[in-house]
Design a protein around this ligand. Structure first.
Ligand SMILES: Cc1cc2nc3c(=O)[nH]c(=O)nc-3n(C[C@H](O)[C@H](O)[C@H](O)COP(=O)(O)O)c2cc1C
Length: 243
């Protein structure tokens, strides 16, 4: 296994950070590594907000559902899908821009996620830890106001960065046979059952937050509720109309 693959397979989200600061030059380098990601039609439909104001970070921590590490990590970034810049650039050349297409929402969201994951891997290669914060979509309107996001820009997720102050175990993933199929889609209930047993053992043995659960049971709150039902109206209001 080469070092890059080893690094990718050793990822674990970090939620406790030391006081050590991240040098500004390193942070900029991480963002540039993010920009190296492939981007749909070179559109680069993202903007990253580095939230430096501590009061704003504390507010975001609350808005994200009381996730204190948003306020205590070394640096907190909000990754925004940004269709404003590319559509305006195109408009300046005389294009008759059509906005609000569902495809544009997908393009910008995918671009943003690919860019962020490059930042995450680059950060981990430097000994930093990261945690994505989808919790910002609990209150996307307030987050957008706080960050002064214009129309056609929306906050996809945040990311905590910093030097780890704990060493959580790597969380198991589904058996590769469930995820990688040959030629056509096949059912995989046996692999899911096997994975539930793996996760049950993991949850019981891990060094913090032990629980008696498994993968399928853990998914329950995600799917037996309408998760963030405000997102559709929020996206439409921001100019991502899903036409
Ligand atoms: C888009 C996205 C949003 C996430 N949002 C949160 C979050 O709000 N809070 C949190 O503690 N972890 C969050 N996570 C981290 C996941 O819970 C974590 O990646 C998953 O449980 C797998 O664990 P691991 O990252 O340690 O391998 C998020 C991850 C992703 C990819």
């Amino acid at each position: 296994m080469n070092d890059v693959i080893k690094l990718l397979k050793s990822h674990r989200s970090i939620r406790k950070f030391s006081d050590r600061a991240i040098p500004r030059e390193l942070l900029v380098e991480l963002i540039q590594a993010g920009q190296g990601a492939a981007t749909s039609s070179h559109v680069q439909a993202y903007t990253v907000i580095h939230v430096k104001n501590q009061a704003n970070r504390e507010q975001i921590a609350e808005l994200a559902g009381g996730q204190s590490y948003v306020a205590t990590c070394a640096d907190f970034l909000v990754f925004c899908a940004d269709m404003k810049r590319p559509t305006e650039a195109s408009e300046h050349t005389g294009a008759n821009v059509v906005r609000g297409m569902t495809e544009q929402l997908l393009v910008a969201t995918v671009d943003t996620a690919l860019m962020a994951q490059n930042v995450a891997v680059a950060a981990e290669s430097e000994g930093l830890g990261i945690c994505y914060i989808g919790g910002i979509r609990n209150n996307p309107q307030q987050i957008s106001e706080l960050l002064r996001l214009p129309e056609h820009v929306y906050p996809v997720f945040g990311m905590c960065l910093g030097y780890p102050d704990h060493e959580p175990e790597v969380k198991p993933r589904l058996p590769v046979e469930a995820v990688l199929k040959e030629d056509y889609y096949t059912e995989d209930s046996e692999q899911v059952q096997a994975f539930d047993a793996t996760m049950q053992a993991y949850y019981q043995a891990r060094s913090s937050s032990n629980k008696d659960s498994d993968w399928s049971h853990n998914l329950k709150p995600l799917f037996d509720n309408k998760l963030r039902p405000h997102m559709r109206d929020f996206l439409i209001e921001r100019g991502f109309e899903m036409k």
